[in-house]
Design a protein around this ligand. Sequence first.
Ligand code: AMP
Ligand code: MG
Length: 354
Amino acid sequence: MSTYSKELEVAQLAVQRASILTKKVFHEKAKGTVSKDDASPVTIGDFGAQALIIQAIKKNFPGDQIVGEEEASTLRNDIKLRDQIWAFVRETTLTDANAEKIVGGPIETVDAMLDAIDAGNSAGGSKGRIWALDPIDGTKGFLRGGQYAVCLALMVDGDVKVGVLGCPNLPIDDAAPLTAESGVDQTDAEGKGVLFSAVSGQGATSRPLGTAGLGKSKSIQMKPVEDITQATFCESVEAGHSSHGDQHAIVTKLGVTKPSVRMDSQAKYGSIARGAGDIYLRLPVSATYQEKIWDHAAGDLIVREAGGQVTDTLGRRLDFSKGRTLQENKGVVAAPKAVHGQVLEVVKEVLAKK
Ligand code: AMP
Ligand code: MG
């Protein structure tokens, strides 16, 4: 067995199972008629997906720590919310019995669900095995029927070793190029739903995001950029997460004419890793904001394993060993290795002028 093959299998199936839950929550709570007593679909989906994923990790790797975005303290006092989440968690299973067994089977009680959510309380750091989990990355995209991702990565001594991204609203087809429409209203229709994965030193893959066991995987690579002016750049939908103005200045300086494709979540990392797009920039809006490790760990590894280079806007590797945030980094520049230097230079120039 190759290194981390068990971790990879558990992570992929756990993300796949959690994605079944998020899709169900979207269809029943975000799209359907929402009653006044209902909690936000994001809240239900976030907590539910976190519980299912942590359950799978704890059953398989009981000694591992988890840095999760959510914590359950408010839930313990909010019985109505807790029960709404439980209703989704208890009925979410992989339809392949063996796959469901690998992720540890169903969570047995409400208390076990709350304990699982709480287990995401690790402070992170540079020692030992720590999972970084974002149960719904891109919550705004999730609500809009745009892009979102269920994100899970294993770090060992501060280095990302395994990364998995479940993207229910991206096309299965790796060859489908990004367009302005890619980030908007792409609700998991026919042909949608992809699971990206990577293991350090072993390359990156994509496969359909199903509801049973794992589908057949394909190796993915970034597309070589022959002419930077023709490259497809991507950025956040939210101008509060990445500066649209700076991005515009950078791409203009590089001679790029195509508008950047806007999409929520780490779906941006997955999309450039498989060559559907080329370059992802995340340009700091606030001087004090620290990026969260769960927003980048899986995507960073998947892009690097697909032939890319990922740094911050000053050219430093993303450092996941500093706790729950990337406190030693500012923003992100993710691009194919061959053009990363050229892009970074212009990023530095434009940001220095501010
Ligand atoms: P995206 O979908 O790429 O816009 O990124 C979504 C993530 O942005 C969320 O998971 C938040 O953790 C993160 N976020 C929140 N505020 C900021 C901020 N001011 N700058 C950068 N990222 C942020
Ligand atoms: Mg997030």
